[in-house]
Design a protein around this ligand. Sequence first.
Ligand code: MF3
Ligand code: CO
Ligand code: CO
Length: 275
Amino acid sequence: MGHETLDERKQGRMTKDGIRIYDREDFAGMHRAGALAAQILDDIAPLVAPGTTTGEIDAAITQMVDEAGATSATIGYKGYQHASCISVNHVVCHGIPGEKRLKDGDILNVDVTVIVDGWFGDTSRMYAAGSLSRKAERLVQVTHDALFKGIEAVKPGNTFGDIGFAIQAYVEAHRMSVVRDFCGHGLGRVFHAPPNVLHYGRRGTGAVLEPGMFFTIEPMVNLGRPETKVLADDWTAVTRDKSLSAQFEHSVGVSEDGVEIFTNSPGGKFHPTSG
Ligand code: MF3
Ligand code: CO
Ligand code: CO
């Protein structure tokens, strides 16, 4: 103890892979931030319908963050100017809200990250505008279930490779593909920290999970091939083959014997989300 500086005690421990180990008290901060992000995703559900623009949804999110006295983590992040990313149909992630009007049968991911008392809550879900085709419905369901296969692999002693393996095995068993170009991430008092949380991988590889690790799991799943490209706006990632893509994201913490989800829906409507 004597050789530990005040700074080290305050900031907690770091593993050899650069993964921060947070304290028991820190889980409460993450639950507060995660609950707000999840509440916002609950509250926008009635807005998501054919005819609404993604910009209108984002404006509502900006107002909700504001009214909660919280801060958007994305406004000003690397020049990004919105409180959410809204990714419609073949957009994989980082869709920029704007004038685009939703139409019947569209699927969309809305991704919100808020800062509450310095803690980051990052979550996203899929929404449906109107009624979906069977293949869209199936993609969304498989992506949701793949996230939970990953979450089920979170416990001390397992590895990050176990999480990726669980997700990839599930997705590929359903003849869909896992996006390789984007991954989950450590978070806590920062938005993006080590490790990269891959949504594919091999059992037993990667860093070993320890209590106090906080990170996101946010698999992106394509109906077609896994390759993506980023559009000229430098943000919007789309599937190269124009196939539909879906994503769900939770922020989680490793507990003594398993996992705590920080971004559970207060209204119990993570999936399906409907008004
Ligand atoms: N919320 C996204 C994630 O899951 C990151 C969005 S960064 C932005 O990590 F700048 F595009 F908003
Ligand atoms: Co994230
Ligand atoms: Co996110």
